[in-house]
Design a protein around this ligand. Structure first.
Ligand SMILES: [Fe+2]
Ligand SMILES: [Fe+2]
Length: 191
């Protein structure tokens, strides 16, 4: 499937606002991949498709994930917002013909991040935060850091989400804490 065919298919399955967001994330991901020597075409596809399962309803999410034999941990089971990225990686393969493991993994991890992300995973994770439609405290700083210090950008984005989750009193998945710690340790190690 060509990128234009993917766009058309995606446009039909998600809201106009989500489609706009997807295109913006794609554009950011392409720019970041150029800067950080990641594969630009993989970044383009992963950015475009990262939210391809976002319009799946809550009940359907669980049914679909069961269909793919996904085993969820206790926090994932109780936090549906974490699941569209997991299902998205399966949809990208089944509905958009994406076979590339790096692209599928970047989609899979885009919501929580994790320790030891690949550059493509980092790029999709932060592109999702910094696209022009986003608005959160520190977003301008995040946009700057994305292009100057990607690890600091990851810390800032994780902090913002963790703060929000704490404020709302919701369950906090350890993956995002691990993503933050990993980035912080990389900054301290000077890498
Ligand atoms: Fe998402
Ligand atoms: Fe997104």
């Amino acid at each position: 499937m060509t990128i234009d065919e993917m766009k058309e298919k995606l446009r039909q399955t998600i809201s106009p606002e989500r489609f706009r967001h997807s295109e913006e994330v794609m554009n950011e991901a392409v720019k970041l991949a150029g800067l950080y020597n990641a594969d630009v075409e993989k970044a383009r596809i992963a950015g475009l498709l990262h939210d391809c399962a976002k319009s799946t309803g809550k009940d359907e999410l669980y049914e679909e994930l069961e269909k793919y034999h996904v085993v969820l941990d206790d926090i994932q089971k109780k936090t549906p917002v974490l699941l569209h990225s997991i299902l998205g990686s399966f949809y990208a393969k089944e509905h958009y013909g994406v076979e590339d493991r790096e692209i599928l993994d970047a989609i899979y991890w885009h919501t929580t991040g994790k320790a030891g992300m690949t550059m493509l995973e980092k790029i999709i994770f932060i592109a999702d935060y910094i696209e022009s439609g986003r608005n959160f405290e520190g977003v301008e700083e995040a946009r700057k850091l994305a292009y100057t210090d990607i690890e600091k950008c990851i810390v800032l984005c994780c902090n913002s989400t963790i703060r929000y989750i704490l404020q709302k009193g919701r369950l906090l998945h350890p993956y995002i804490i691990e993503a933050r710690n990993d980035a912080l340790m990389r900054i301290e190690a000077g890498s």
